[in-house]
Design a protein around this ligand. Structure first.
Ligand SMILES: *Cc1c(COP(=O)(O)O)cnc(C)c1O
Length: 350
């Protein structure tokens, strides 16, 4: 079991012994009644990190995203979002089903929306036309391979949004990675958005938890929406303690994950049968370039070598580095990939 190299996602990490100690020592109370000191401490800490007046702890990033969008946009409006973003592809139709908000997907090269693309998508405000209620940004962009949305782009979209009176939600599940890669503090990215979601359960290695940050007024409404969605928790300090621990001990090491993603990409580049997209952060996208092989075949064959990747599209597999993979695991994964390609690609005739 320990020999398995699990690169399916950065969500597969298990709490370290030291994190479990922090969990065991957590001082707790009933957070739905406002009594949990550890949850309060985490919310205050993340609010400061993101430069926002308040933050609210959530059981998942999906719930925090849905809540963030709902406090910004009302039913019968639409939200502009990149066409392969988490909201659109992975939240079970949440904006429409839960918020009555119609997604307006805009495809962008490398998943990077620009002020131009957003400007073209904003509704002019005609009498009989749906209104643009919000703009959603994602940084880093998962489906684009962990790409960083540049701060200048976000600032340009913010200027446009201000001119048009439209609020912005930032899906920052991996905003920590965007900061580690760019050297720009999280709060500078966050300053361009009204509501910001950050996850503890991805690169930071916590078992559970995400936060939503914004103004006092928006976060007060977010608490009500969270309750409506069934997300108000009781002794959540057990989980928040892991978050505080991770902010102290796991944030600075994200650069190692980025280095290992780069090392994996370098080890696979130039192999016959695949094309590796050079990673900016901790996500490596690998396109299968031989028609006789598909992603399912690669993932299945790798699993037989105890290396787990995820199938992203029929011709693309994804590997994500995280706390539980070291340099040796990267070498193991790269060697298995080479072996599998050799097995699957028929030898050239003649
Ligand atoms: C994982 C992820 C989420 C949702 O987080 P969960 O905690 O899994 O619900 C949202 N946005 C992005 C970009 C993600 O990668």
């Amino acid at each position: 079991m320990n020999a398995v190299v699990d690169l399916r996602s950065d969500t597969v990490t298990r709490p370290t012994p030291a994190m479990r100690d922090a969990i065991a020592r957590a001082v707790v109370g009933d957070d739905a009644l406002g009594d949990d000191p550890t949850t309060r401490a985490l919310e205050e800490r993340v609010a400061v990190l993101l430069g926002k007046p308040a933050a609210v702890f959530f059981p998942s990033g999906t719930m925090a995203n849905e809540t963030g969008l709902q406090v910004l946009a009302g039913p019968g409006t639409e939200a502009i979002m990149e066409a392969s973003c988490h909201f659109f592809d992975w939240e079970m139709g949440g904006p429409a089903a839960l918020g009555g908000i119609q997604p307006h997907p805009v495809a962008a090269p490398d998943g990077r929306l620009t002020a131009d693309l957003v400007a073209r998508a904003i509704r002019p405000g005609a009498l009989l036309q749906v209104r643009t209620g919000a703009i959603c940004l994602e940084n880093t962009h998962n489906a684009a391979g962990g790409r960083v949305l540049p701060l200048a782009t976000m600032a340009a979209i913010r200027d446009l949004a201000d001119q048009r009176g439209i609020p912005i939600h930032l899906d920052g599940a991996r905003l920590w990675n965007a900061s580690a890669a760019s050297g720009i503090p999280e709060r500078e990215f966050a300053a361009t958005a009204d509501t910001v979601m950050v996850a503890l359960s991805k690169g930071l290695g916590c078992p559970v938890g995400s936060l939503l940050a914004g103004s006092q007024e928006l976060m007060q409404r977010a608490r009500a929406v969270r309750r409506r969605l069934g997300g108000a928790m009781r002794q959540s300090g057990i989980l928040a303690a892991a978050g505080l621990y991770a902010l102290d001990h796991h944030r600075d090491r994200l650069r190692q994950d980025h280095q290992r993603a780069h090392d994996l990409a370098a080890a696979l580049s130039g192999l016959d049968g695949c094309r590796v997209i050079e990673p900016e952060t901790n996500i490596v996208m690998i396109d299968i370039t031989r028609p006789e092989i598909d992603a399912t075949m690669i993932v299945t064959a790798l699993a037989q070598h105890d290396v787990l990747l995820s199938e992203f599209t029929p011709t693309r597999v994804r590997a994500v580095t995280h706390l539980d993979v070291d340099d040796h695991a990267i070498q193991t994964a790269a060697a298995a990939f080479r072996t599998v390609l050799d097995e699957l690609i028929p030898p050239a005739s003649g």
